[in-house]
Design a protein around this ligand. Structure first.
Ligand SMILES: Cc1cc2nc3c(=O)[nH]c(=O)nc-3n(C[C@H](O)[C@H](O)[C@H](O)COP(=O)(O)O)c2cc1C
Length: 168
Protein backbone atom coordinates (compact mmCIF):
# COMPACT_ATOMS: atom_id res chain seq x y z
CA UNK A 1 0.00 0.00 0.00
CA UNK A 2 1.33 3.45 -0.88
CA UNK A 3 1.29 6.54 1.24
CA UNK A 4 0.14 9.27 -1.08
CA UNK A 5 0.86 12.97 -0.85
CA UNK A 6 -0.81 15.80 -2.66
CA UNK A 7 0.93 17.77 -5.40
CA UNK A 8 -0.13 20.58 -7.69
CA UNK A 9 -1.36 19.32 -11.08
CA UNK A 10 1.49 21.24 -12.75
CA UNK A 11 3.99 19.05 -10.87
CA UNK A 12 2.67 15.79 -12.29
CA UNK A 13 5.63 14.49 -14.23
CA UNK A 14 4.15 11.74 -16.42
CA UNK A 15 3.57 11.00 -20.08
CA UNK A 16 -0.18 10.97 -20.60
CA UNK A 17 0.00 8.59 -23.59
CA UNK A 18 1.85 6.03 -21.51
CA UNK A 19 -0.27 6.66 -18.41
CA UNK A 20 -3.67 6.22 -20.04
CA UNK A 21 -3.02 4.33 -23.24
CA UNK A 22 -0.51 1.79 -21.96
CA UNK A 23 -0.66 1.67 -18.16
CA UNK A 24 -4.48 2.08 -18.01
CA UNK A 25 -6.45 3.44 -15.05
CA UNK A 26 -9.41 2.73 -12.84
CA UNK A 27 -12.30 5.16 -13.12
CA UNK A 28 -14.22 5.13 -9.85
CA UNK A 29 -17.50 6.91 -9.10
CA UNK A 30 -19.84 6.87 -6.14
CA UNK A 31 -19.45 6.97 -2.37
CA UNK A 32 -17.91 4.32 -0.13
CA UNK A 33 -21.37 2.84 0.51
CA UNK A 34 -22.24 2.64 -3.18
CA UNK A 35 -19.52 2.93 -5.77
CA UNK A 36 -18.15 1.15 -8.80
CA UNK A 37 -14.85 1.03 -10.61
CA UNK A 38 -13.80 0.05 -14.13
CA UNK A 39 -10.66 -0.02 -16.20
CA UNK A 40 -10.22 2.59 -18.91
CA UNK A 41 -7.53 3.52 -21.40
CA UNK A 42 -9.30 6.21 -23.39
CA UNK A 43 -9.42 9.78 -22.16
CA UNK A 44 -7.09 12.64 -21.58
CA UNK A 45 -5.89 15.56 -19.52
CA UNK A 46 -5.53 19.20 -20.38
CA UNK A 47 -6.73 22.72 -19.84
CA UNK A 48 -10.21 23.97 -20.67
CA UNK A 49 -12.19 27.00 -19.59
CA UNK A 50 -9.07 28.06 -17.63
CA UNK A 51 -9.29 24.91 -15.53
CA UNK A 52 -7.13 21.80 -15.32
CA UNK A 53 -9.31 18.94 -16.47
CA UNK A 54 -9.43 15.24 -17.24
CA UNK A 55 -11.84 13.75 -19.73
CA UNK A 56 -13.09 10.20 -19.76
CA UNK A 57 -15.43 8.34 -22.12
CA UNK A 58 -17.79 5.71 -20.75
CA UNK A 59 -20.29 3.58 -22.66
CA UNK A 60 -23.83 3.72 -21.33
CA UNK A 61 -24.04 0.00 -20.55
CA UNK A 62 -21.20 0.15 -18.02
CA UNK A 63 -22.29 -0.20 -14.41
CA UNK A 64 -19.87 2.66 -13.67
CA UNK A 65 -21.96 4.87 -15.96
CA UNK A 66 -24.85 4.74 -13.47
CA UNK A 67 -22.54 6.00 -10.71
CA UNK A 68 -21.14 8.78 -12.88
CA UNK A 69 -24.69 9.91 -13.54
CA UNK A 70 -25.59 9.99 -9.85
CA UNK A 71 -22.47 11.55 -8.36
CA UNK A 72 -20.53 14.79 -8.65
CA UNK A 73 -16.99 13.35 -8.52
CA UNK A 74 -14.90 10.63 -10.08
CA UNK A 75 -11.35 9.52 -9.43
CA UNK A 76 -8.67 8.14 -11.72
CA UNK A 77 -6.33 5.66 -10.04
CA UNK A 78 -3.07 4.64 -11.76
CA UNK A 79 -1.02 1.62 -10.66
CA UNK A 80 2.37 -0.01 -11.00
CA UNK A 81 2.72 -2.83 -13.52
CA UNK A 82 2.29 -5.51 -10.85
CA UNK A 83 -1.39 -4.54 -10.66
CA UNK A 84 -1.99 -5.35 -14.34
CA UNK A 85 -4.13 -8.38 -13.45
CA UNK A 86 -6.32 -6.18 -11.22
CA UNK A 87 -6.86 -3.82 -14.14
CA UNK A 88 -7.61 -6.72 -16.47
CA UNK A 89 -10.18 -8.05 -14.02
CA UNK A 90 -11.84 -4.66 -13.52
CA UNK A 91 -11.97 -4.26 -17.30
CA UNK A 92 -13.51 -7.67 -17.95
CA UNK A 93 -16.05 -8.06 -15.16
CA UNK A 94 -18.97 -5.87 -14.19
CA UNK A 95 -19.67 -4.48 -10.75
CA UNK A 96 -23.21 -5.71 -11.32
CA UNK A 97 -21.90 -9.25 -10.82
CA UNK A 98 -18.86 -8.98 -8.56
CA UNK A 99 -17.35 -6.78 -5.87
CA UNK A 100 -14.19 -5.84 -7.74
CA UNK A 101 -12.25 -4.54 -4.72
CA UNK A 102 -13.03 -7.66 -2.68
CA UNK A 103 -12.15 -9.97 -5.58
CA UNK A 104 -8.85 -8.27 -6.43
CA UNK A 105 -7.76 -7.20 -2.93
CA UNK A 106 -7.46 -3.48 -3.62
CA UNK A 107 -8.44 -1.14 -0.79
CA UNK A 108 -11.07 1.56 -1.29
CA UNK A 109 -10.32 4.91 0.37
CA UNK A 110 -12.22 8.20 0.41
CA UNK A 111 -11.16 11.74 -0.40
CA UNK A 112 -12.38 14.75 1.54
CA UNK A 113 -15.25 14.94 -0.95
CA UNK A 114 -16.27 11.31 -0.28
CA UNK A 115 -14.98 10.22 -3.67
CA UNK A 116 -13.52 6.71 -3.72
CA UNK A 117 -10.02 5.77 -4.86
CA UNK A 118 -7.63 2.90 -4.13
CA UNK A 119 -4.83 2.89 -1.57
CA UNK A 120 -2.54 0.80 -3.78
CA UNK A 121 -2.54 3.41 -6.56
CA UNK A 122 0.65 5.29 -7.38
CA UNK A 123 -1.25 8.30 -8.73
CA UNK A 124 -4.79 9.42 -7.88
CA UNK A 125 -6.54 12.27 -9.66
CA UNK A 126 -9.82 13.46 -8.16
CA UNK A 127 -12.18 15.25 -10.53
CA UNK A 128 -15.45 17.12 -10.21
CA UNK A 129 -17.75 16.60 -13.17
CA UNK A 130 -18.41 19.94 -14.86
CA UNK A 131 -19.63 18.88 -18.32
CA UNK A 132 -20.78 15.88 -20.31
CA UNK A 133 -21.57 15.21 -23.93
CA UNK A 134 -22.46 12.09 -25.89
CA UNK A 135 -20.34 11.10 -28.86
CA UNK A 136 -22.38 12.01 -31.92
CA UNK A 137 -21.89 9.79 -35.01
CA UNK A 138 -23.06 12.65 -37.22
CA UNK A 139 -19.78 14.35 -36.34
CA UNK A 140 -17.49 11.48 -37.43
CA UNK A 141 -15.46 13.40 -39.99
CA UNK A 142 -13.29 10.29 -40.30
CA UNK A 143 -15.91 7.62 -41.05
CA UNK A 144 -13.62 4.83 -39.84
CA UNK A 145 -14.30 5.95 -36.25
CA UNK A 146 -17.69 4.23 -36.59
CA UNK A 147 -16.02 0.82 -36.37
CA UNK A 148 -15.62 1.41 -32.65
CA UNK A 149 -19.41 1.36 -32.30
CA UNK A 150 -20.90 -1.77 -33.94
CA UNK A 151 -23.67 -1.59 -31.34
CA UNK A 152 -24.16 2.18 -31.59
CA UNK A 153 -23.27 2.40 -27.90
CA UNK A 154 -21.72 5.83 -28.14
CA UNK A 155 -19.62 6.90 -25.20
CA UNK A 156 -20.63 9.67 -22.90
CA UNK A 157 -17.69 12.01 -22.42
CA UNK A 158 -17.35 13.49 -18.96
CA UNK A 159 -15.08 16.43 -18.34
CA UNK A 160 -13.92 16.65 -14.75
CA UNK A 161 -12.16 19.60 -13.19
CA UNK A 162 -9.09 18.38 -11.34
CA UNK A 163 -9.68 18.90 -7.61
CA UNK A 164 -6.62 17.08 -6.30
CA UNK A 165 -3.63 15.06 -7.48
CA UNK A 166 -1.92 12.59 -5.16
CA UNK A 167 1.22 10.63 -5.89
CA UNK A 168 3.12 7.93 -4.02
C1 LIG B 1 -7.69 -1.79 -21.21
C2 LIG B 1 -9.17 -1.50 -21.14
C3 LIG B 1 -9.61 -0.23 -21.40
C4 LIG B 1 -10.98 0.10 -21.35
N1 LIG B 1 -11.37 1.37 -21.59
C5 LIG B 1 -12.69 1.69 -21.52
C6 LIG B 1 -13.12 3.04 -21.72
O1 LIG B 1 -12.31 3.96 -21.90
N2 LIG B 1 -14.45 3.27 -21.70
C7 LIG B 1 -15.39 2.28 -21.48
O2 LIG B 1 -16.60 2.56 -21.48
N3 LIG B 1 -14.99 1.00 -21.25
C8 LIG B 1 -13.67 0.69 -21.26
N4 LIG B 1 -13.27 -0.59 -21.00
C9 LIG B 1 -14.27 -1.63 -20.71
C10 LIG B 1 -14.72 -1.66 -19.23
O3 LIG B 1 -13.63 -1.60 -18.35
C11 LIG B 1 -15.47 -3.00 -18.98
O4 LIG B 1 -16.60 -3.08 -19.82
C12 LIG B 1 -15.86 -3.19 -17.52
O5 LIG B 1 -16.20 -4.54 -17.33
C13 LIG B 1 -17.03 -2.30 -17.10
O6 LIG B 1 -17.32 -2.58 -15.76
P1 LIG B 1 -18.65 -2.09 -15.03
O7 LIG B 1 -19.84 -2.69 -15.76
O8 LIG B 1 -18.48 -2.63 -13.63
O9 LIG B 1 -18.66 -0.59 -15.08
C14 LIG B 1 -11.92 -0.92 -21.04
C15 LIG B 1 -11.46 -2.22 -20.77
C16 LIG B 1 -10.11 -2.52 -20.81
C17 LIG B 1 -9.62 -3.91 -20.50
Amino acid sequence: MNSLFEIQPEKLNENVFQLLGKDWMLITAGTIDAYNTMTASWGGMGVLWNRNVCYIVVRPQRHTFTFLEKNDYFTLSFFHEKYRDVLKFCGARSGRDVNKAAETGITPMVTGNNAVYFAEARIVIECKIIYYQDINPNNFIDPSIAKNYPQQDYHRMYIGEIISVKIA
